[in-house]
Design a protein around this ligand. Structure first.
Ligand code: AMP
Ligand code: ZN
Length: 138
């Protein structure tokens, strides 16, 4: 759905509060929420409010605004662990499954092989609420 209006886009639905999410950050241009199938505890996604499939579908000013939000979320991620990965998958061959641009912020706790993760479990309600408490404070 490159550059479309975001109809049928799950992240647009979250941005418009029409789908549930554990939101940890929001500003005028961007939002961050917990990944529902986290690679690690506190795995978050940072998305622009404007729909676009990939970074280069956004006007440059929107990319800058997204980076500002990414900065905030990376700093908050350090509340959980000093180290983290930031990832962006652009296109199906790169592993993109949700075609609304997003940065992954993945805290790292010392996993032996961060790029070959174990099975991902669905985020649990109790942990999600605790993480929202930890990460949504400015
Ligand atoms: P990507 O492979 O970069 O497109 O990753 C999309 C990510 O979005 C995956 O890690 C999914 O677990 C996550 N995801 C999909 N739907 C939702 C949702 N409704 N709420 C939170 N995370 C989601
Ligand atoms: Zn969208």
């Amino acid at each position: 759905m490159a550059g479309g209006d975001g109809q049928d886009c799950v992240f647009c639905a979250i941005v418009r509060r029409r789908a549930p999410a554990y939101i940890i950050y929001e500003d005028e241009d961007a939002m961050a929420f917990l990944d529902i199938y986290p690679f690690t505890r506190g795995h978050a996604l940072v998305v622009p409010k404007q729909h676009g499939a990939r970074l280069t579908d956004l006007p440059f000013e929107s990319q800058v605004a997204l980076l500002r939000a990414l900065d905030r979320v990376c700093r908050r991620s350090e509340r959980l662990a000093d180290d983290y990965n930031v990832a962006l998958n652009a296109g199906a061959n790169a592993g993109q499954i949700v075609f609304h641009v997003h940065f992954h912020v993945i805290p790292r706790y010392g996993e032996a092989n961060p790029f070959h993760p174990n099975r991902r479990n669905r985020l649990g309600e109790t942990d999600a609420r605790e993480l929202v408490g930890l990460l949504s404070a400015p």
